[in-house]
Design a binder for this molecule. Structure first.
Ligand code: NAD
Length: 390
């Protein structure tokens, strides 16, 4: 989710300082992200990381807002992963970031010579951080180049593309992971544990809202306002977090969905993609979820889990660096504090661990495909004005 406000940078810096990532915070303070320099390397070596030569080598494709502001700086906290190559359509940008991150110029690629990654033994895994409609092509080409793939959410813009991605990785005998960061984040993991272990009683209802203002005047939102590039509007971009929350909290797959969509016909931002989506899910155990996403209201990233004995609120639930947990029972209301951690480094290291130990990622391509199928059913339900069985 794009976060352009200066206060978010401060929030990130405060988080890094609190978490003890002094070198990174200092880098951000000076706006020179020199976190792959010798200072950061020395810090990493003293915190139980595997030897640099044993770390899994990563290439990042698409040096946009999310890659440059969140993912690339997070490699300095990775224990098993190192950033070794960059792919960008802008040679100047690739050179600038290669210099900042200590990456050899020979390890910078563009979209035409991307396939030459096959000849680079330093690269084990490719991380696709391109606009949604490009995920499929770059995953398939990456797998054909003999590399493991991590792909940003949403996995693709159609079920057919997801299936092509899964098939290509299977055929190449390579792993495919979808970057569902919340499934690696400590507050979300605690909420899953509490809900699934019955700490809230019997689960009845989950609500989740994800919203923000779409700003097509910003480069990272320009393509999000185009159906062909984004695949859809708020649902594909951030409603996917509401959908994921209901699925990972219950650990179940919904049987039925019902949805309503509204976009102001006079708002030019919503000529091609939708604004507000309200959708309901019914799960086999009887749990229901009331979920939503929107592109025209104040930033919101939260969920609540209602059990027979307690209610758990996470607000924000899916922020980059800050989470708040509140638990209410008939006897008490309390804020639960858990140690924050860098969810980007955790998910990147998870993939590296899967490669090193030949394990299946916790969020494989099939998990991404399930969400795309469900989102297609949500759109279908809204179109028909009727529930859709899934
Ligand atoms: P962005 O526009 O900032 O970055 C996209 C990059 O792709 C840019 O560097 C752009 O130059 C490049 N690109 C190549 N060909 C392009 C084309 N034809 N049109 C437009 N851009 C092109 O977007 P972003 O916010 O960084 O999002 C990138 C991906 O990451 C998306 O799939 C998005 O859903 C995902 N994302 C995930 C999270 C998360 O929290 N997991 C957060 C933000 C974005």
């Amino acid at each position: 989710m794009p976060q352009s406000e200066p206060s978010k940078e401060n929030q990130r810096r405060t988080f890094l300082l609190k978490a003890g990532y002094g070198a990174v915070a200092a880098g951000i303070a000076s706006l020179v992200p020199s976190i792959t320099g010798s200072e950061a390397r020395a810090q990493n070596q003293s915190s139980g990381m595997i030897a640099p030569e044993k770390k899994v080598g990563w290439a990042i494709v698409g040096l946009g807002k999310f890659a440059t502001q969140q993912l690339m700086p997070s490699f300095s906290q990775c224990k098993k992963s190192k950033l070794v190559a960059l792919v960008s359509g802008d040679a100047e940008k690739a050179k600038k970031y290669a210099t900042e991150y200590g990456i050899a110029e020979k390890n910078t690629y563009n979209y035409q010579n991307y396939d030459n990654l096959r000849n680079n033994p330093e690269v084990d895994v490719i991380y696709i951080v391109l606009p949604n409609s490009m995920h499929a092509e770059y995953t398939v080409r990456g797998a054909q180049a003999g590399k493991h793939i991590m792909c940003e959410k949403p996995m693709a813009t159609s079920v057919e593309d997801c299936e092509k991605m899964i098939d290509a990785c299977k055929k190449a005998n390579k792993k495919l992971m979808i970057a569902y960061r919340a499934q690696y984040e400590p507050y979300n993991l605690k909420a899953i544990e509490m809900a699934r272990e019955g700490k809230l009683g019997k689960l009845r209802l989950i609500t989740s809202e994800h919203g923000r203002h779409l700003k097509p005047e910003e480069p990272s939102d320009k393509w999000r306002a185009q159906k062909k590039m984004a695949g859809g509007g708020s649902l594909m971009d951030i409603g996917i977090y509401s959908l994921q929350a209901a699925r990972y909290i219950t650990g179940e797959e919904p049987e039925e969905v019902m949805a309503m969509i509204y976009s102001d016909p006079k708002d030019p931002r919503f000529k091609e993609v939708e604004d507000r989506v309200n959708f309901m899910l019914r799960f086999p155990s009887g749990v229901q979820a009331n979920l939503s996403s929107g592109y025209s209201y104040h930033e919101t990233k939260r969920f609540s889990v209602f059990g027979t004995d307690a209610r758990l609120d996470l607000d924000p639930a899916t922020d980059y660096y800050e989470h708040n947990m509140h638990v209410a029972t008939k006897d008490a209301e309390e804020q639960r504090k858990i140690k924050e951690d860098n969810q980007f480094s955790l998910e990147i290291d998870h993939m590296s661990e899967c490669i090193l130990e030949n394990k299946q990622p916790k969020t494989p391509g099939e998990e991404g495909l399930r969400d795309i199928r469900l989102m297609m059913a949500i759109y279908e339900s809204a179109r028909k004005g009727a529930p859709v069985k899934v």
